[in-house]
Design a protein around this ligand. Structure first.
Ligand code: ADP
Ligand code: MG
Length: 693
């Protein structure tokens, strides 16, 4: 149970004075539903209110604080027009502009003839000097209350800095001293104050330097977050290892038989990975292994080898994919590969329903199905395996820790193999998985031609279309990718549909469309048509991002390339270059590009190494952006910035190891404090994994 001392922090923001349901919604859109979230919402900047010019000297766009006399109120005759208050000093006239004014509060706040101190952003608008919705209005007597510098917080439309500032201030009043969880020697060496003092300091910046992520208060908070993260992962790992595993051994006849039928031979790193996995599975403890390999490195056959071993050992295996498209594709691939092996493979997603589903469940429970391929649907309570020994999880970073565990609980001491294609920088990897054992596919299958990547501005689209025409005439298949960053982004969807219509006008029935808003079945039809040749040009949103495998496709056009994450572009690009024919990727951007955007596209043009790309992306943009979306399942770090704090991460790992060796039940006073830390960072689930004394 969460310690009582933390409960006030885990109340909804509506428990704060002045925050009602309407504001709560806005806080929610910022990802700040709870009081504790406000504590983690550190200021992003500073407003300096010390600039106090005369009206005539106030430049456009700056924050200024001015003493003025109120002259007149201009009340609008219709509510869509702004309410304006005319003010002046000895040098000129200033208008205060308000929208959606209700009642007469402005007349009380700004009585005609009175003197007021006003602070806000100066705008020069049609030769008039004005301030729209001033940040502060004080009477001269109260003006001293105004802070000369004020923290600035990330905001959203409708949520003013004043409201945010007040909410954070009131959240801070709920903070109590907490028992110290840091190692005393480490804390002293770093010169860090207590958690509470650090938090308060981080929220009351005084100078621009106070925002540096390397200030002591911010370092301390970042460390706290990383320690909670590493400790939670460490506890889970210990738990998994403790739950008795089982030794799964197979002579490997089944996989040898399947591999003999392949049109290629395995790469050295595929062989090595298969051996490492087989070795782990044979151990009596549970396997928790990561299989890392860039797109196209051939992870599927490695996963298949492990699954065939499980089946040969008389047990079952499951392969879980993050999307319907991928699950279906894996199913198709595995069925083909394992043809003639006698292993029954079944597909189980949200779309298998009714009788067919019941039949699958029955055969699964009876052990007739050796390998089940599916999506989250594999977690459903009614899915029962006779004897699940191995869970292979593809594109795992989309699944959270909880889900990983859920699949593992479907059998006794299930071995877990996580396949990740997104080249995640090592630092990010550690925060997502902790110290997992890992196998790497280091080389691409032989015979692959490198992909030529070119960047070009959108005004060259006519040339691109000419090139596409020539390529289609020579029998090439082409992906045409339109951005759809957020599935609810209707304008993006419209753009993709529009592009589809336009290309159809030129190329006719050879053009198809897939996007995330299409029904699953429709999407399958389009994908299948592209794979077997009915369609040669596929307009797609990012639904094709992961894993889709159509080797005959050798050209990819990406529109608005500047809007994608680098790792995501690399993933997309990995859809081509899958055959022995040369491939080309055209990254079409909309000018002008910022310096960062230019640098990012250049990296992609110059490198085909997913890990290098990911590291560079992390350096250029920071961790939150590397994976493109927040829903990626990667733990969200709010205080630590891995581009800056990777040393802290290394220390947190070491610290965690020591803690788990010396005090695995977290029973010492420091252990108790560490439990509080876990709760403070919402790692409640990890507390369940603490070994009881
Ligand atoms: P990923 O690691 O991206 O999941 P896949 O497993 O989808 O890669 O493999 C990509 C393609 O490479 C598939 O068409 C697969 O059949 C093929 N492939 C896998 N291993 C080899 C190999 N050793 N030699 C040649 N082709 C291979
Ligand atoms: Mg794959």
């Amino acid at each position: 149970m969460r310690p009582d001392i933390l409960n006030p922090l885990f109340a909804p923001v509506t428990s704060l004075k002045g925050v009602g349901p309407r504001l709560a919604k806005l806080f929610e859109t910022l990802g700040l539903p709870l009081v504790v979230d406000l504590l983690w919402h550190l200021p992003a900047g500073l407003i300096d209110r010390s600039f106090a010019p005369k009206i005539a000297d106030a430049p456009d766009g700056v924050i200024a604080t001015m003493t003025v006399t109120i002259e007149a109120h201009q009340i609008p005759n219709n509510p869509r027009q702004p309410y304006r208050v005319k003010c002046r000093d000895e040098t000129g006239t200033l208008f205060l502009v308000f929208f959606h004014v209700k009642g007469d509060y402005l007349e009380k706040l700004l009585p005609v003839g009175a003197t007021r101190v006003i602070s806000g952003k100066i705008e020069h608008y049609n030769n008039v000097v004005q301030i729209t919705h001033p940040d502060h209005i004080f009477s001269p007597e109260d003006a001293a209350k105004m802070k000369p510098v004020e923290p600035v917080y990330g905001l959203t439309a409708g949520l003013s800095l004043r409201i945010m500032g007040k909410a954070v201030e009131s959240a801070l009043t709920r903070v109590r001293d907490l028992p110290e969880w840091l190692d005393p020697a480490y804390q002293q060496r770093e010169g860090w104050t207590s958690w509470r003092a650090s938090l308060e300091a981080a929220h009351t910046p005084e100078r621009a330097e106070d925002f540096e992520p390397t200030t002591k208060p911010r370092m301390r908070l970042a460390y706290d977050e990383l320690l909670a993260n590493q400790l939670a992962l460490g506890l889970m790992r210990e738990h998994v290892k403790r739950v008795a595993g089982r030794s799964v051994t197979a002579p490997g006849t089944l996989r040898a038989k399947v591999f003999a039928g392949l049109p290629f031979s395995l790469t050295p790193s595929q062989r090595r990975s298969i051996d490492e996995i087989a070795h782990d599975m044979a151990q009596p403890s549970r396997m928790m292994r990561l299989l890392q390999g860039d797109v196209g490195s051939g992870k599927t056959v490695v996963g298949l080898a492990a699954m065939l071993d499980a089946v040969e050992a008389g047990a079952q295996a499951a392969l879980m994919a993050p999307t319907e498209i991928l699950a279906r594709q894996h199913y198709a691939t595995l069925t083909k590969l394992a043809q003639g092996s006698g292993v029954e493979i079944a597909l189980l997603t949200g779309r298998e329903k009714g009788k067919p589903r019941a039949a699958i469940l029955e055969r699964l429970a009876a052990g007739q199905i050796g390998i089940a391929v599916g999506t989250h649907a594999l977690f459903s309570d009614d899915v029962v395996f006779k004897d699940l020994a191995l869970a292979v999880i593809d594109e795992q970073h989309r699944f959270g820790v909880e889900q990983r565990m859920a699949l593992a609980e479907k059998g006794d001491g299930v071995d877990i193999l996580v396949m990740t294609a997104t080249p995640i920088p090592r630092t990010l990897m550690l925060t997502a998985y902790g110290d997992l054992d890992s196998s790497h596919l280091t080389e691409k299958p032989a015979g692959r031609k490198p992909i030529t990547t070119r960047t070009l501005p959108a005004d060259r689209l006519p040339d691109v279309i000419q090139a596409v025409k020539r390529a289609l005439d020579s029998g090439t298949k082409i992906y045409w990718i339109c951005p759809l960053v957020d599935e609810s982004e209707l304008s993006d969807l419209a753009a993709a549909t529009e592009r589809f219509e336009a290309l159809k006008k030129i190329f006719g029935a050879r053009v198809g469309l897939v996007h995330g808003k299409m029904k699953g079945a429709e999407r399958d039809v389009a994908m299948a048509a592209f794979a077997n040749g009915a369609i040669d040009l596929l307009v797609a949103t990012t639904v094709v991002e992961v894993g889709v495998d159509v080797p005959a496709a050798t050209i990819m056009v990406v529109e608005h390339a500047e809007r994608f994450g680098l790792a995501q572009l690399h993933q997309l690009r990995g859809r081509i270059g899958r055959s022995d024919a040369a491939s080309t990727c055209l990254l079409v951007y909309t000018a002008p590009l910022s310096a960062t955007a230019t640098a990012r596209l250049k990296i992609l043009r110059d490198s085909d190494d997913g890990f290098r790309i990911a590291e560079e992306d992390l350096r250029l943009r920071g961790a939150g952006e590397v994976l493109g979306t927040r829903q990626s399942g990667m733990p969200e770090l709010r205080l630590a910035d891995l581009a800056v704090h990777s040393d802290l991460l290394a220390t947190a790992r070491e610290d965690t190891k020591l803690i788990l060796t010396r005090d695995p039940t977290l029973a010492s006073p420091r252990g108790e404090a560490l439990r509080t830390l876990l709760y403070l960072f919402g790692r409640d689930h990890a507390v369940r994994y603490i070994r009881s004394g």
